[in-house]
Design a protein around this ligand. Structure first.
Ligand SMILES: [Zn+2]
Length: 246
């Protein structure tokens, strides 16, 4: 299973505004729409963090790189990417007259965090620090975007570092959350071998531990010795002929 962690940065929309408070910006006030400035990505089994930007590679080459990586990936891991990163890239592909990348499954860690836990905030920086896997690279706030848009080399160096660090901590959070991820794409289905492996991490050591019960049947239950994910077999060990009426 080829797992790609991805994160991107966009430029803000640029508009004429008449007030700073409670402003609705009409389309005629929009001067420039936001675009993808850069992205960082990392394969789960490789050390290298890749980075592509409009500054360093130009927009077309950056989009080609993103398209190629997404097309190679079986699974794309991100933090809020289902609402942000992937639709932004899709829009860029469409506007550049590119075809859709090959389909991939997505694991959105923001969704996992929201669904499984109650943190005081679900922000990546907070969750990563709380789990002890580092935090975001400090930066100069909005000024960083202003400086990058004016082509400042130092600002771009910081943006690169910031974006790459986001991918690093997103992947570490993914590893921490592994046994908590519901309906992770099943590793067994992506491997040639028919040996039992953990559906979430692909680890080979599954311990039989108890039984899994539904209202009709009983199955063997397993626990992954690598990540701790619980799973079950699909062979019925027993079934009832009588069940209640719902
Ligand atoms: Zn596992």
């Amino acid at each position: 299973m080829k797992v790609l962690t991805l994160d991107l940065e966009t430029s803000p929309n640029l508009a004429h505004v008449w007030s700073l408070w409670n402003t609705n910006v009409g389309l005629s006030q929009l001067i420039e729409s936001g675009e993808v400035l850069c992205f960082a990505a990392k394969w789960h089994d490789k050390k290298q963090v890749m980075f592509f930007s409009v500054k360093q590679h130009g927009k077309a080459a950056m989009l080609e790189a993103a398209h190629k990586l997404l097309s190679e990936a079986d699974v794309v891991v991100h933090f809020n990417g289902q609402r942000f990163d992937i639709p932004h890239l899709n829009r860029e592909f469409l506007e550049a007259d590119m075809e859709p990348p090959a389909p991939f499954a997505q694991v959105d860690l923001l969704k996992v965090v929201k669904r499984q836990f109650r943190f005081p905030t679900n922000k990546l920086d907070y969750v990563a620090q709380k789990l002890g896997v580092g935090g975001k690279t400090p930066h100069t706030g909005h000024q960083l975007w202003v400086d990058c848009l004016s082509g400042d080399e130092k600002a771009w160096a910081l943006m690169r570092k910031y974006n790459m660090q986001d991918v690093v901590i997103t992947e570490r959070v993914y590893d921490k959350l592994m046994p908590w991820i519901p309906s992770h794409p099943n590793h067994r289905l992506y491997s040639e071998s028919d040996e039992l492996v953990c559906p979430n991490c692909g680890g080979p050591e599954l311990k039989m531990q108890g039984k899994a019960y539904t209202s009709m049947s009983v199955y063997q239950r397993y626990r992954c010795a690598d990540c701790g994910k619980w799973s079950r077999g699909n062979k019925r060990l027993d079934a009832t002929e009588i069940t209640d009426i719902k």
